[in-house]
Design a protein around this ligand. Structure first.
Ligand code: GLY
Length: 323
Protein backbone atom coordinates (compact mmCIF):
# COMPACT_ATOMS: atom_id res chain seq x y z
CA UNK A 1 0.00 0.00 0.00
CA UNK A 2 1.65 3.33 -0.99
CA UNK A 3 2.01 6.01 1.63
CA UNK A 4 0.19 9.31 1.03
CA UNK A 5 3.53 10.96 0.09
CA UNK A 6 4.36 8.18 -2.43
CA UNK A 7 0.84 8.39 -3.88
CA UNK A 8 1.13 12.16 -4.43
CA UNK A 9 4.57 11.72 -6.05
CA UNK A 10 3.27 9.01 -8.41
CA UNK A 11 0.12 10.97 -9.25
CA UNK A 12 2.16 14.10 -10.04
CA UNK A 13 4.57 12.16 -12.27
CA UNK A 14 1.68 10.45 -14.05
CA UNK A 15 -0.10 13.70 -14.67
CA UNK A 16 3.12 15.19 -16.12
CA UNK A 17 3.42 12.22 -18.52
CA UNK A 18 -0.26 12.42 -19.48
CA UNK A 19 -0.03 16.10 -20.12
CA UNK A 20 3.17 15.68 -22.20
CA UNK A 21 1.44 13.02 -24.28
CA UNK A 22 -1.60 15.22 -24.71
CA UNK A 23 -3.75 12.69 -22.86
CA UNK A 24 -4.59 14.47 -19.66
CA UNK A 25 -6.01 17.77 -18.55
CA UNK A 26 -3.82 19.60 -21.08
CA UNK A 27 -5.74 17.99 -23.95
CA UNK A 28 -8.00 20.56 -25.61
CA UNK A 29 -11.70 19.84 -25.20
CA UNK A 30 -13.41 18.46 -28.29
CA UNK A 31 -16.51 20.57 -27.63
CA UNK A 32 -17.65 23.47 -29.75
CA UNK A 33 -14.79 23.91 -32.17
CA UNK A 34 -15.05 26.29 -35.08
CA UNK A 35 -14.97 24.05 -38.14
CA UNK A 36 -12.29 24.62 -40.74
CA UNK A 37 -11.10 22.82 -43.86
CA UNK A 38 -7.80 23.27 -45.70
CA UNK A 39 -6.53 21.66 -48.84
CA UNK A 40 -3.55 21.84 -51.15
CA UNK A 41 -3.40 23.93 -54.34
CA UNK A 42 -6.01 26.04 -56.07
CA UNK A 43 -8.22 23.08 -56.91
CA UNK A 44 -8.73 22.97 -53.15
CA UNK A 45 -11.17 25.88 -53.43
CA UNK A 46 -13.92 23.86 -55.09
CA UNK A 47 -13.06 20.81 -53.04
CA UNK A 48 -13.36 22.85 -49.84
CA UNK A 49 -16.79 24.14 -50.90
CA UNK A 50 -18.04 20.58 -51.09
CA UNK A 51 -16.49 19.71 -47.72
CA UNK A 52 -17.85 22.89 -46.19
CA UNK A 53 -21.44 21.96 -47.06
CA UNK A 54 -21.01 19.11 -44.59
CA UNK A 55 -18.99 20.92 -41.94
CA UNK A 56 -21.25 23.98 -41.77
CA UNK A 57 -24.22 21.76 -40.96
CA UNK A 58 -22.43 20.09 -38.07
CA UNK A 59 -21.37 17.04 -40.12
CA UNK A 60 -18.46 14.70 -39.60
CA UNK A 61 -14.99 15.76 -40.78
CA UNK A 62 -14.48 12.32 -42.35
CA UNK A 63 -17.54 12.75 -44.57
CA UNK A 64 -16.36 16.26 -45.39
CA UNK A 65 -12.89 15.26 -46.61
CA UNK A 66 -14.30 12.44 -48.70
CA UNK A 67 -16.93 14.66 -50.33
CA UNK A 68 -14.31 17.36 -50.87
CA UNK A 69 -11.64 15.41 -52.70
CA UNK A 70 -14.17 13.63 -54.91
CA UNK A 71 -14.56 16.95 -56.79
CA UNK A 72 -11.02 17.07 -58.25
CA UNK A 73 -10.99 13.27 -58.62
CA UNK A 74 -13.92 13.55 -61.04
CA UNK A 75 -12.60 16.61 -62.91
CA UNK A 76 -10.98 15.61 -66.22
CA UNK A 77 -9.17 18.96 -66.45
CA UNK A 78 -7.07 18.26 -63.34
CA UNK A 79 -4.12 16.24 -64.56
CA UNK A 80 -2.71 15.09 -61.25
CA UNK A 81 -5.71 13.56 -59.49
CA UNK A 82 -8.26 10.89 -60.47
CA UNK A 83 -9.99 10.99 -63.86
CA UNK A 84 -7.80 12.91 -66.35
CA UNK A 85 -4.64 12.29 -64.31
CA UNK A 86 -1.50 11.86 -66.38
CA UNK A 87 -0.59 8.21 -66.84
CA UNK A 88 2.62 6.36 -66.08
CA UNK A 89 5.23 5.85 -68.81
CA UNK A 90 3.26 2.87 -70.12
CA UNK A 91 0.13 4.98 -70.57
CA UNK A 92 -1.69 3.57 -67.52
CA UNK A 93 -3.45 5.86 -65.04
CA UNK A 94 -2.69 4.52 -61.56
CA UNK A 95 -4.17 6.20 -58.49
CA UNK A 96 -3.10 6.42 -54.86
CA UNK A 97 -5.11 7.62 -51.85
CA UNK A 98 -5.37 7.34 -48.10
CA UNK A 99 -7.72 8.48 -45.37
CA UNK A 100 -7.36 8.81 -41.61
CA UNK A 101 -9.81 9.68 -38.85
CA UNK A 102 -9.43 11.18 -35.39
CA UNK A 103 -8.91 7.79 -33.71
CA UNK A 104 -5.99 6.44 -35.80
CA UNK A 105 -8.32 4.46 -38.05
CA UNK A 106 -6.93 4.55 -41.56
CA UNK A 107 -7.23 3.03 -45.01
CA UNK A 108 -5.28 3.24 -48.21
CA UNK A 109 -5.13 2.12 -51.83
CA UNK A 110 -2.16 2.28 -54.16
CA UNK A 111 -1.64 1.71 -57.88
CA UNK A 112 -5.39 1.41 -58.36
CA UNK A 113 -6.56 1.45 -61.99
CA UNK A 114 -9.91 2.20 -63.64
CA UNK A 115 -11.68 3.41 -60.50
CA UNK A 116 -12.42 7.14 -60.41
CA UNK A 117 -12.60 7.62 -56.64
CA UNK A 118 -9.68 5.98 -54.83
CA UNK A 119 -10.57 8.20 -51.86
CA UNK A 120 -13.86 6.39 -51.33
CA UNK A 121 -12.21 3.01 -51.82
CA UNK A 122 -9.61 3.90 -49.17
CA UNK A 123 -12.42 4.72 -46.76
CA UNK A 124 -13.99 1.31 -47.33
CA UNK A 125 -10.61 -0.39 -46.82
CA UNK A 126 -10.58 1.36 -43.43
CA UNK A 127 -14.18 0.55 -42.55
CA UNK A 128 -14.74 -2.89 -44.04
CA UNK A 129 -11.44 -4.77 -43.98
CA UNK A 130 -9.02 -5.79 -41.24
CA UNK A 131 -6.23 -4.16 -43.31
CA UNK A 132 -4.85 -0.67 -43.84
CA UNK A 133 -3.61 -0.89 -47.43
CA UNK A 134 -4.63 -2.66 -50.62
CA UNK A 135 -2.69 -2.33 -53.87
CA UNK A 136 -3.04 -2.96 -57.59
CA UNK A 137 -5.31 -5.76 -58.74
CA UNK A 138 -6.30 -6.59 -55.16
CA UNK A 139 -7.43 -3.02 -54.58
CA UNK A 140 -9.40 -3.07 -57.83
CA UNK A 141 -11.07 -6.37 -56.99
CA UNK A 142 -12.06 -5.00 -53.60
CA UNK A 143 -13.44 -1.84 -55.23
CA UNK A 144 -15.54 -3.69 -57.80
CA UNK A 145 -16.78 -6.10 -55.11
CA UNK A 146 -17.94 -3.00 -53.23
CA UNK A 147 -19.88 -1.79 -56.27
CA UNK A 148 -17.47 0.72 -57.84
CA UNK A 149 -17.66 0.68 -61.60
CA UNK A 150 -14.63 0.25 -63.81
CA UNK A 151 -14.00 3.09 -66.27
CA UNK A 152 -11.34 4.42 -68.57
CA UNK A 153 -9.59 7.26 -66.71
CA UNK A 154 -7.21 8.23 -69.53
CA UNK A 155 -8.68 11.30 -71.24
CA UNK A 156 -7.78 12.22 -74.82
CA UNK A 157 -5.84 15.25 -73.54
CA UNK A 158 -3.79 13.21 -71.07
CA UNK A 159 -3.10 10.58 -73.72
CA UNK A 160 -1.90 13.28 -76.15
CA UNK A 161 0.46 14.71 -73.50
CA UNK A 162 1.80 11.25 -72.75
CA UNK A 163 2.44 10.56 -76.45
CA UNK A 164 4.21 13.92 -76.78
CA UNK A 165 6.36 13.04 -73.76
CA UNK A 166 7.24 9.64 -75.20
CA UNK A 167 8.77 11.25 -78.31
CA UNK A 168 11.74 12.79 -76.47
CA UNK A 169 11.78 11.15 -73.08
CA UNK A 170 13.85 8.05 -73.76
CA UNK A 171 11.28 6.45 -71.45
CA UNK A 172 13.03 8.14 -68.53
CA UNK A 173 10.77 9.39 -65.72
CA UNK A 174 11.75 12.89 -64.57
CA UNK A 175 9.85 14.77 -61.85
CA UNK A 176 8.15 17.84 -63.30
CA UNK A 177 6.11 19.38 -60.55
CA UNK A 178 5.28 22.56 -62.48
CA UNK A 179 3.30 20.66 -65.07
CA UNK A 180 2.05 18.04 -62.70
CA UNK A 181 0.58 20.00 -59.81
CA UNK A 182 0.19 17.00 -57.64
CA UNK A 183 -1.83 15.67 -54.79
CA UNK A 184 -4.87 17.10 -53.18
CA UNK A 185 -4.40 16.70 -49.45
CA UNK A 186 -7.34 17.85 -47.34
CA UNK A 187 -7.58 18.27 -43.56
CA UNK A 188 -10.80 19.11 -41.74
CA UNK A 189 -11.80 19.91 -38.17
CA UNK A 190 -15.52 19.64 -37.46
CA UNK A 191 -17.74 21.37 -34.92
CA UNK A 192 -17.27 18.48 -32.48
CA UNK A 193 -13.49 18.81 -32.66
CA UNK A 194 -12.97 15.71 -34.79
CA UNK A 195 -9.94 16.02 -37.05
CA UNK A 196 -9.70 13.92 -40.24
CA UNK A 197 -7.68 13.92 -43.44
CA UNK A 198 -7.47 12.46 -46.91
CA UNK A 199 -5.05 12.70 -49.78
CA UNK A 200 -5.41 11.45 -53.33
CA UNK A 201 -3.35 11.65 -56.51
CA UNK A 202 -2.48 10.09 -59.84
CA UNK A 203 1.12 10.55 -58.72
CA UNK A 204 4.10 11.64 -60.71
CA UNK A 205 3.39 11.87 -64.43
CA UNK A 206 5.24 9.34 -66.61
CA UNK A 207 6.42 7.37 -63.55
CA UNK A 208 7.52 3.74 -63.83
CA UNK A 209 4.57 1.40 -63.74
CA UNK A 210 4.05 0.32 -60.13
CA UNK A 211 5.66 3.42 -58.63
CA UNK A 212 3.87 4.55 -55.49
CA UNK A 213 4.46 7.97 -53.95
CA UNK A 214 3.77 9.35 -50.51
CA UNK A 215 0.06 9.97 -50.94
CA UNK A 216 -1.28 6.54 -49.93
CA UNK A 217 1.33 6.03 -47.21
CA UNK A 218 0.09 6.76 -43.73
CA UNK A 219 2.73 8.91 -42.05
CA UNK A 220 4.24 10.13 -45.33
CA UNK A 221 1.48 11.84 -47.35
CA UNK A 222 -0.98 12.07 -44.47
CA UNK A 223 -1.09 11.69 -40.73
CA UNK A 224 -3.78 12.56 -38.21
CA UNK A 225 -3.66 12.40 -34.45
CA UNK A 226 -7.04 13.56 -33.18
CA UNK A 227 -5.49 14.77 -29.92
CA UNK A 228 -2.78 16.86 -31.57
CA UNK A 229 -3.14 17.77 -35.23
CA UNK A 230 -2.95 16.60 -38.81
CA UNK A 231 -0.61 17.10 -41.73
CA UNK A 232 -0.58 16.35 -45.43
CA UNK A 233 2.01 16.78 -48.13
CA UNK A 234 2.38 17.62 -51.78
CA UNK A 235 5.33 17.48 -54.13
CA UNK A 236 7.75 14.71 -54.96
CA UNK A 237 6.56 11.72 -52.94
CA UNK A 238 9.93 10.04 -52.65
CA UNK A 239 11.17 12.95 -50.52
CA UNK A 240 8.14 12.80 -48.23
CA UNK A 241 8.50 9.08 -47.70
CA UNK A 242 12.14 9.23 -46.63
CA UNK A 243 11.37 11.70 -43.84
CA UNK A 244 7.92 10.32 -42.91
CA UNK A 245 6.91 13.90 -43.50
CA UNK A 246 3.30 14.08 -42.33
CA UNK A 247 4.04 12.12 -39.18
CA UNK A 248 7.11 14.24 -38.48
CA UNK A 249 5.03 17.42 -38.73
CA UNK A 250 2.42 16.02 -36.34
CA UNK A 251 5.13 14.94 -33.89
CA UNK A 252 6.60 18.44 -33.96
CA UNK A 253 3.14 19.77 -33.04
CA UNK A 254 2.88 17.19 -30.27
CA UNK A 255 6.10 18.59 -28.85
CA UNK A 256 4.40 21.96 -28.57
CA UNK A 257 5.15 23.88 -31.75
CA UNK A 258 2.51 25.63 -33.83
CA UNK A 259 1.46 24.05 -37.16
CA UNK A 260 3.45 26.73 -39.01
CA UNK A 261 6.62 26.15 -37.02
CA UNK A 262 6.18 22.37 -37.29
CA UNK A 263 6.10 22.55 -41.11
CA UNK A 264 9.19 24.76 -41.13
CA UNK A 265 11.15 22.51 -38.74
CA UNK A 266 10.56 19.40 -40.84
CA UNK A 267 11.32 21.20 -44.13
CA UNK A 268 14.62 22.50 -42.74
CA UNK A 269 15.52 19.03 -41.49
CA UNK A 270 14.82 17.53 -44.93
CA UNK A 271 16.88 20.20 -46.67
CA UNK A 272 19.77 19.85 -44.20
CA UNK A 273 19.95 16.12 -44.91
CA UNK A 274 19.23 16.14 -48.66
CA UNK A 275 20.71 19.46 -49.83
CA UNK A 276 21.42 19.50 -53.57
CA UNK A 277 19.52 16.28 -54.12
CA UNK A 278 16.40 18.43 -53.77
CA UNK A 279 17.38 20.64 -56.72
CA UNK A 280 14.33 21.59 -58.82
CA UNK A 281 12.13 19.51 -56.54
CA UNK A 282 9.02 20.84 -54.90
CA UNK A 283 8.05 19.61 -51.45
CA UNK A 284 5.20 21.18 -49.48
CA UNK A 285 3.54 20.61 -46.13
CA UNK A 286 0.11 21.69 -44.84
CA UNK A 287 -0.90 21.27 -41.19
CA UNK A 288 -3.93 21.87 -39.00
CA UNK A 289 -4.02 21.43 -35.24
CA UNK A 290 -6.91 20.60 -32.91
CA UNK A 291 -7.30 24.27 -32.07
CA UNK A 292 -7.94 25.04 -35.74
CA UNK A 293 -4.59 26.73 -36.33
CA UNK A 294 -3.13 26.26 -39.82
CA UNK A 295 0.46 26.14 -41.06
CA UNK A 296 2.04 25.57 -44.46
CA UNK A 297 5.55 25.68 -45.86
CA UNK A 298 7.25 24.61 -49.08
CA UNK A 299 10.76 24.17 -50.33
CA UNK A 300 10.30 26.34 -53.43
CA UNK A 301 8.09 29.31 -54.12
CA UNK A 302 4.71 28.51 -55.64
CA UNK A 303 2.83 26.34 -53.16
CA UNK A 304 -0.64 27.55 -52.22
CA UNK A 305 -3.51 26.14 -50.23
CA UNK A 306 -7.21 26.81 -49.89
CA UNK A 307 -8.76 27.48 -46.50
CA UNK A 308 -12.44 27.69 -45.63
CA UNK A 309 -14.05 28.51 -42.31
CA UNK A 310 -17.16 30.37 -41.16
CA UNK A 311 -15.64 33.70 -42.09
CA UNK A 312 -14.10 33.14 -45.49
CA UNK A 313 -12.76 31.02 -48.31
CA UNK A 314 -9.20 31.98 -49.21
CA UNK A 315 -6.34 30.83 -51.41
CA UNK A 316 -3.12 31.45 -49.48
CA UNK A 317 0.46 31.34 -50.69
CA UNK A 318 2.75 29.53 -48.30
CA UNK A 319 6.17 30.66 -47.16
CA UNK A 320 9.13 28.78 -48.67
CA UNK A 321 12.69 27.89 -47.78
CA UNK A 322 14.78 28.52 -50.87
CA UNK A 323 14.87 31.90 -52.56
N1 GLY B 1 2.96 13.54 -53.93
C1 GLY B 1 2.43 12.66 -54.88
C2 GLY B 1 3.39 11.73 -55.44
O1 GLY B 1 4.59 11.95 -55.42
O2 GLY B 1 2.97 10.72 -55.96
Amino acid sequence: MPTRKEFIKTATALSAVMSFEGLGAAMPSRNSRKPVVVSTWNFGIQANESAWNILKNGGYALDAVEAGVRIPEADPKITSVGYGGYPDRDGRVTLDACIMDENLNCGSVACLENIMHPSSVSRLVMEKTPHVMLVGEGAKKFATDQGFKEENLLTEEAEAEWKAWLKNSKYNPVPNWEKNHDTIGMLALDAQGRLCGLCTTSGQAWKMHGRVGDSPIIGAGLYVDGEVGAATCSGLGEEMIRIAAAHSVVEAMRAGTSPQKACEIVMKRLYRKRGDKLKNTQVAFLALDVQGRVGAFSLLQGFEYAQQNTDSQKLIKSGYLLT
